[in-house]
Write a protein that binds this ligand. Structure first.
Ligand code: MRU
Length: 343
């Protein structure tokens, strides 16, 4: 179960995946009941379920659900789910794991698929706790008490307490946090809608800033560190994350403060050599023309809407995973991490 102070992001019950519809937060807590791979793929595409680790877990359950309904449905379900969103490697990675488990099953493939989905869910939950502990140690050591974060990386984005927001929550629990600064994360406002919602539920002191205020605030000394999540880490340490992350990394470098990325090893893609090869999802221009359902500009205004950007490894002070902290991550340190026992 993935929850933040009573809010359940995702829960599997026999025959259905129950998910809070994140497009309706913070105004309404509406739960979706998803019974097919198509239901789950649709929820992922429209960001009702979102965040790299969470869409991986949802995709895994989606395969299991479909196999439970139709023993011949494995291959089309995997295709549909793995391609629902292109940037977070967790989605295709988890779907592939469940497909392999079903295909290798000596008994009931649907039962094997469900067991694998549950295992992925449990692994991500355990990873979240480790990331929180490692990240909090790193930032406390650096004396960082005012932390800026981007998009939403809490329990609504990943099982357990999340990734970057889990680090912030852990710092708060240890009494080492003065406040969190949350960016809005236009166009879909995951920061304004979801991170603020989580921080408020957790009772963590926070301030919301518009995206364009962040670099100036960092330059003026308003934060001691920046911490963000990740959707795909390339083999050389380049990181794709929510659009706006690259600008924050540049601003953190100019302000001489740590820029930290937190994510589970399931988000590292050793098959992608550099950030240049990461497919960046380009979403519906209508998302840019509107904010929270209100039209902002002229109808039909041409827009670009990349959902993510790539931050080069050299701007990243540290990558925090469940296996520990890689300072100045690069191809060599990532390949050592890969070679470590259990990777
Ligand atoms: O488009 P979204 O809301 O799925 O984007 C989410 C992010 O960019 C997060 O930072 C990332 O998935 C890490 S979530 C723990």
């Amino acid at each position: 179960m993935t929850a933040t102070a009573g809010v359940v992001a995702l829960r599997y019950e026999p025959g259905a995946l129950h998910a809070i519809d994140q497009t309706e937060l913070p105004w309404r807590e509406h739960h979706l009941v998803l019974r097919t791979a198509a239901d789950v793929a649709d929820a992922i595409k429209r960001l009702a379920i979102r965040g790299a680790p969470l869409i991986g877990v949802a995709g895994a359950y989606g395969v299991a659900l479909e196999l439970g309904r139709d023993p011949a449905g494995l291959v089309p379900a995997c295709e549909l789910l793995a391609t629902a969103r292109p940037t977070a490697v967790n989605l295709a990675g988890a779907v592939d794991r469940v497909r392999a488990a079903a295909q290798a099953a000596t008994g009931d493939p649907a039962a094997a698929a469900l067991a694998e989905a549950r295992a992925i869910h449990a692994e991500e939950e355990a990873a979240s706790a480790e990331i929180a502990a490692h990240g909090a140690e790193l930032l406390a050591e650096a004396g960082a008490r005012r932390i800026l974060t981007h998009c939403n990386t809490g329990a609504l984005a990943a099982p357990g307490r999340g990734t970057a927001l889990a680090v912030i929550a852990e710092l708060a629990e240890r009494g080492s946090l003065e406040k969190a600064l949350a960016t809005e994360a236009r166009p879909l406002l995951q920061g304004a809608r979801l991170t603020v919602y989580e921080l408020a539920h957790l009772g963590i002191p926070h301030e919301l800033v518009v995206d364009s205020a962040a670099p100036g605030l960092l330059a003026a000394g308003a934060a001691d560190a920046v911490i963000v999540g990740c959707d795909r880490v390339a083999a050389n340490g380049d990181v794709a994350n929510k659009v706006g992350t690259y600008g924050l990394a540049l601003a953190a470098q100019a302000a001489r403060i740590p820029f930290v990325v937190a994510g589970p090893t399931s988000t590292i893609d050793f098959a992608t050599a550099t950030g240049a090869e990461i497919v960046i999802e380009e979403r519906d221009p209508e998302e840019v023309r509107q904010a929270a359902g209100q039209r902002l500009t002229l109808e039909g205004t041409p827009c670009r809407n990349p959902a993510f950007d790539v931050t080069p490894a050299h701007l990243i002070t540290a990558l925090v995973t469940e296996r520990g902290v890689l300072r100045s991550p690069d191809a060599a340190s990532l390949s050592r991490l890969r070679a470590a026992p259990g990777v």
